[in-house]
Design a protein around this ligand. Structure first.
Ligand code: ATP
Ligand code: MG
Length: 432
């Protein structure tokens, strides 16, 4: 029989690495709480049209990366429904915002999510078909201040703090503005004209993009095209006064808060509903997949999927890439945590009393490994040395007298400890 394996592009996350995943999620939750964000959990699958409309037919995600299937019709008269595993979470959050009329509260909604996303991509380091994102959205009616550049700056400052707190050093914040839809249309015309005389020298994808969606040329990764792209006009010169003022206010607030950034004129992020601020945090250690996270403002998204006017800004961090970055750092080389003690019952008749002792110590907050009375003492010592800082021996004598034998591995010291003092003595091992 062939052995079954996890499907291409998916993977199992195992201990001790999952400790790092949990640490990242705990830190993210704590940071989000300080900025007064609440958690949202949307379904893993949605109606396909949500992504077609909310992410955009033209994007890589929708045009080639979605896992989509036709659901069985519930009745003969009904059309079968097309469903898709969520490739990202912003569309789902905005759908929920509309569905639950969250805009009617008149308040800004500050929502974060943590969960798996699915894209049919070519798997490689830092790129999987099931991957995890930690993201957040700030969205609300304009009267709640949702268009304010201060919201953009606050989200960026929060991200800088979160990455710092996670211990990720050496990140770069790349920032740009794609302006209003009118600015972008103007820029597309400018680009199309600029590409006309040079496009024949570019890759086939760029030749097509030069006709259909010139903005996408800026995303091209083909080395030979880069010198040509470097000479193209930048979107900054196509922005109107409102867009320029908005961007200047974002950068002024970042300067005041001391958050460093670099302007990346090529950061245009293709989605139709993106407006004004766009950003990515990158990290050199990641190689080709160097984006830790991406985000931006999406003032037209709610209306694009049939909702009220609800400007917003958000981001999605690639949790897999945060893990890769942290694993490459020295401080995370040893994630294995040892238990406080290993309890070794001397004989099977002591198994039940050993469970009672383990329960006592675990209830006192200690991490306990429980051995087995069928083990020889030598085997218990070997198992204990691998998994715990100390071994507690429980024989008939110890059970009767209530005085236990404890050996601490780091010091090699063996002592007798009364049962009533055992928990505190294991919690505070004698100094080495
Ligand atoms: P890329 O250019 O790397 O494909 P993207 O623009 O498709 O990124 P977004 O849709 O903005 O990515 O997603 C936000 C973040 O999610 C990315 O910056 C990245 O960290 C992570 N991410 C995206 N796709 C994957 C994937 N297939 N596997 C792992 N992480 C991913
Ligand atoms: Mg992608």
């Amino acid at each position: 029989m062939t052995t079954l394996k996890a499907v291409r592009g998916t993977r199992d996350l195992l201990p001790p690495e999952t400790a790092l995943w949990n640490r990242i999620e705990t830190t993210a939750r704590a940071v989000f709480a300080r900025y007064n964000f609440g958690e949202i959990r949307t379904p893993i699958f949605e109606d396909t049209s949500l992504f077609a409309r909310g992410v955009g037919e033209e994007t890589d995600i929708v045009s080639k990366e979605m896992f989509t299937w036709e659901d069985r019709a519930r009745a003969q008269s009904e059309k079968p429904q097309m469903l898709t595993l969520r490739p990202e979470n912003t569309a789902g959050v905005v759908r929920a915002y509309i569905e639950h009329k969250l805009g009617e509260t008149g308040q800004l909604q500050k929502l974060f999510y943590i969960g798996p996303q699915f894209r049919r991509e070519r798997p490689q380091k830092g790129r999987y078909r099931q991957f995890f994102q930690i993201g957040a959205e700030v969205i609300g009616p304009p009267s709640a201040g949702s268009e304010s550049p201060l919201r953009d700056a606050e989200v960026l400052e929060m991200l800088a703090s979160l990455l710092d707190e996670l211990g990720i050093t050496g990140w770069t914040l790349e920032l740009n503005s794609v302006g209003s839809p009118a600015d972008r249309a103007r820029y597309n015309d400018t680009l199309r004209a600029a590409l006309e005389p040079v496009k024949a020298k570019m890759c086939v994808d760029c030749q097509r993009r030069a006709e259909t969606n010139p903005l996408r040329v800026l995303d091209c990764k083909v080395p030979a095209d880069q010198p040509i792209i470097a000479t193209l006009p930048v979107i900054a010169d196509s922005l109107d006064d409102d867009s320029k003022t908005h961007f200047a206010a974002v950068t002024a607030a970042l300067d005041a808060a001391g958050v460093p950034y670099t302007r990346n004129h090529r950061l245009v992020r293709g989605l139709d509903y993106y407006t004004r601020t766009t950003f990515e945090f990158t990290h050199g250690g990641l190689g080709a997949q160097n984006a830790l996270l991406g985000g931006g403002r999406y003032d037209g998204l709610s209306e694009a999927i049939g909702g009220p006017k609800a400007p917003g800004i958000g981001f999605a961090m690639g949790e897999d890439r945060l893990v890769l970055t942290l694993l490459a750092q020295e401080s995370n080389q040893n994630l294995t945590v040892k238990a406080d003690a290993f309890i070794a019952p001397l004989g099977e008749s002591l198994n039940a009393p050993a469970l009672a002792l383990a329960r006592e110590l675990r209830r006192a907050g200690l991490t306990i490994e429980l051995g087995d009375g069928s083990f020889r003492l030598k085997k218990s010592f070997e198992a204990a040395d691998k998994t715990a800082r100390a071994i507690v021996i429980l024989g008939e004598d110890e059970l009767k007298s209530g005085i236990l034998t404890v050996k601490t591995f780091a010091t090699g010291v063996q002592t007798k400890v009364p049962r009533a003092e055992l928990a505190s003595s294991l919690a505070n091992p004698a100094p080495e």
